[in-house]
Design a protein around this ligand. Structure first.
Ligand SMILES: *[C@@H]1O[C@H](CO)[C@@H](O)[C@H](O)[C@H]1NC(C)=O
Ligand SMILES: *[C@@H]1O[C@H](CO)[C@@H](O)[C@H](O)[C@H]1NC(C)=O
Ligand SMILES: *[C@@H]1O[C@H](CO)[C@@H](O)[C@H](O)[C@H]1NC(C)=O
Ligand SMILES: *[C@@H]1O[C@H](CO)[C@@H](O)[C@H](O)[C@H]1NC(C)=O
Length: 382
């Protein structure tokens, strides 16, 4: 009896001692280590920005004019289960500008906060990003390839009752952060220049990189030959064809905007020593070699392409005649017969239209080394 009490007594004492020693060890080592780390950081940050020692989350900003392959590349990432893909979140902030003007004017760098939160999987850190989450339960643009907030990781639906099991994300940013961090390895966001006033776009990209030193954020800039881009817009009836009097200004605006963004990306990122975080891809490269270009983009972002994404790219760009017929009826479909798609605008019938675009896009065409169309041999063209 006594022996048992004795053992009990000593083992209790021993455990207490172990806990105490553990605590001392922890305090001493971990605290000095943290102290060392922060002094190290302080020292380094005076020279260059050094990210924290843990593995950086990798993210990608896709940026480019509408009809330049951005939807296709976004849809590709949306089909990859390791990617937290948010398409055109700035439609939402733009709506604040129109419908909640007072809020918008008080909100400092709303766009930056939203894009940064997507990259960092941290919507709790800023009021604008938390507010953003209150708007995502329904699709916010017609061309949305997928609404990630409406997928089973965030929201379980039954067929009959919509949103029955969906948490109110705007009230629950911590939940979104947790799901984003644990279920997705990388973040990808697509923003179009049209969603931002010109000066703001110029600031947005470098600021997302600078204000998130803990992240490895890359920038993919997609550019399409303006003749191909306008051809696609005409097919969608967004703009009128030659001889519409608006054609010259459409061309001049489009090319001016692409040129400014190209120039800005080059100058700012070079000045900041961040040019290696930037990649320019032409629409034609995607059309000519969809899988090769997709792999290049994955490599650049530092992501690993899963087999299912590879298959998705092949199926989407080399569809069967039957699939293609069905998809052609949908205006924003990403399924296209890739081979030859980039050059459709070259047809003789479009000669005069192309000449007008060329006249108003001279600097852009020259800076990208794009050749002019030649005069068709037959006279019966538009
Ligand atoms: C902290 O830094 C000092 C010298 O700078 C070093 O001697 C010590 O081992 C470091 N401590 C830890 C826990 O890394
Ligand atoms: C979000 O950012 C805030 C402020 O920077 C930080 O305190 C918090 O730990 C971050 N949350 C997550 C989930 O990373
Ligand atoms: C939805 O259901 C799946 C499978 O049961 C579960 O893993 C997931 O966490 C659920 N999502 C939510 C938001 O409850
Ligand atoms: C796709 O285009 C190629 C080359 O123009 C052609 O050979 C092929 O038959 C087309 N496929 C379909 C399904 O139309």
């Amino acid at each position: 009896m006594q022996t048992r009490n004795f053992i009990k007594y000593w083992s209790a004492l021993l455990s207490a001692l172990l806990v105490f020693l553990g605590y001392v060890f922890y305090t001493f080592n971990v605290k000095t280590y943290r102290g060392n780390q922060s002094s190290l950081k302080k020292e380094q940050s005076t020279y260059i920005q050094i990210p924290s020692l843990r593995v950086q989350r990798k993210g990608l900003i896709i940026f480019g004019q509408d009809r330049s392959g951005t939807t296709f590349i976004s849809a590709m990432f949306a089909n990859d289960p390791q990617i937290f893909m948010v398409y055109e979140p700035l439609w939402i902030t733009q709506r604040w500008f129109f419908y909640e003007n007072q809020y918008y004017h008080r909100c400092i760098s709303c766009e930056l906060q939203v894009v940064s939160s997507i990259m960092a999987c941290n919507f709790s850190r800023s009021p604008a990003s938390t507010k953003f989450l209150s708007y995502v339960s329904t699709p916010w643009t017609g061309a949305l390839p997928v609404n990630i907030f409406d997928t089973p990781n965030f929201c379980n639906k039954t067929r009959d009752v919509r949103n029955i099991n969906c948490p109110k994300l705007g009230k629950n940013p911590g939940f979104v952060d947790r799901v984003c961090n644990t279920k997705y390895k990388h973040s990808v966001v697509k923003v179009a220049p049209a969603r931002l006033p010109r000066e703001k776009l110029a600031d947005l990209v470098p600021r997302v990189l600078l204000e998130n030193p803990d992240l490895d954020v890359r920038v993919l800039h997609l550019v399409r030959d303006p003749r191909g881009n306008i051809n696609s817009r005409i097919n969608l009836d967004w703009v009128k064809d030659y001889p519409s009097p608006k054609l010259p200004s459409t061309a001049a605006d489009l090319c001016g905007s692409i040129l400014i963004n190209l120039y800005h990306a080059d100058k700012t990122l070079t000045d900041l020593g961040l040019k290696h975080r930037y990649k320019l891809v032409l629409y034609k490269q995607i059309a000519d070699d969809p899988l090769g270009t997709a792999k290049d983009i994955y490599d650049f972002a530092g992501f690993k392409m899963p087999l299912e994404t590879e298959q998705w790219v092949l199926e989407t760009t080399k569809p069967s005649a039957e699939t293609l017929k069905k998809e052609l009826e949908k205006p924003y479909s990403t399924v296209r017969n890739a081979s030859g798609n980039a050059d459709k605008w070259r047809e003789d019938a479009f000669y005069f239209r192309n000449r007008i675009i060329e006249r108003h896009c001279k600097t852009l065409l020259d800076s990208l080394g794009m050749e002019r169309v030649s005069k068709p041999k037959l006279a019966n063209h538009k």
